[in-house]
Design a binder for this molecule. Structure first.
Ligand code: ADP
Ligand code: UDP
Length: 236
């Protein structure tokens, strides 16, 4: 089913398939943080992120948010629609933590209501800098109406996932999305949504249940990811 390796990134491999409009995303066990400066391999991470991402894309589809996701084909791989990725990392924040605390001096856990949306230019060589909408129009081929659509989807994803995670005892603090354009021109959610790309805090204990465990070296990342998958599966 897999044809050629199209791209190997930090967390996934991307393969072409017999269908020109479909790709296979193969989730790796590699973990990176601080734009690749900290690295490690965790047995099982690819499986957790593939299965968790699949669950979340399916839940979003049921709530009317279109994505590239077609189906999981095995424990570490999923079939997706091929898109042209818009090179913007869209970050949605409900509470201040991470880079926004360092960059702008917000007090840790400052609530953002409405949620704050930020754009980062997806360009490793520049360390993914924060950009504004005018920069996005100049640096990418995204049109103004597409940026509006991206912001609207980003808020919808936040509403849907915040509610969903709350039902399994997790507080969705912030997350990163990517969007792509299908051959038809339709804009859809792409890439992954997983504990690598979201901050999830246990509602009862406040424990970090996401990649911050690796970033900060505070515990066993795979135990944490296993808890998330178990909670998602119990909620089905
Ligand atoms: P990175 O490129 O940041 O190291 P990954 O290791 O996750 O990230 O690599 C996956 C790559 O596949 C990313 O560049 C992502 O933008 C891209 N991608 C994700 N979904 C699709 C899709 N549906 N069509 C085309 N490219 C995609
Ligand atoms: N994020 C991501 N990929 C990136 C940068 C950030 O998935 O390349 C996610 C990150 O996991 C967090 C949110 O986006 O959920 C906001 O990250 P932040 O800007 O605070 O950066 P960080 O503290 O991770 O450097």
């Amino acid at each position: 089913m897999k044809k050629d390796l199209l791209y190997e990134g930090k967390a996934k491999k991307v393969f072409t398939t017999q269908q020109p409009d479909q790709l296979i995303l193969s989730y790796k066990n590699d973990a990176t943080a601080f734009n690749g400066k900290k690295k490690a391999i965790f047995e099982g991470k690819g499986r957790y992120n593939n299965l968790i991402s699949a669950e979340l894309f399916q839940h979003l589809a049921a709530k009317g948010v279109p994505s590239h996701f077609i189906r999981a084909i095995n424990e570490t791989e999923q079939l997706v629609e091929r898109t042209t990725i818009i090179p913007i990392e869209v970050v949605v924040r409900n509470l201040a933590t991470g880079s926004i605390v360092k960059r702008l001096g917000f007090k840790e856990k400052t609530p953002f209501s409405p949620p704050l949306i930020e754009f980062f230019y997806k360009e490793d060589a520049l360390d993914d800098p924060l950009i504004n909408e005018q920069h996005a129009l100049l640096l990418t081929d995204a049109a103004e109406n597409e940026l509006e659509q991206i912001k609207s989807y980003a808020l919808k994803v936040n509403d849907v996932l915040k509610t969903f995670f709350a039902t399994i005892g997790l507080n969705l603090v912030d997350f990163k999305l990517e969007f792509g354009r299908k051959q038809t021109g339709e804009l859809v959610l792409a890439d992954e949504i997983s504990p690598d790309t979201c901050r999830l805090w246990d509602v009862d204990s406040g424990a970090r249940m996401d990649k911050d465990v690796f970033r900060q070296g505070t515990g066993d990342l795979m135990i944490v990811y296993d808890h998330i998958l178990q909670r998602l599966e119990a909620a089905k």
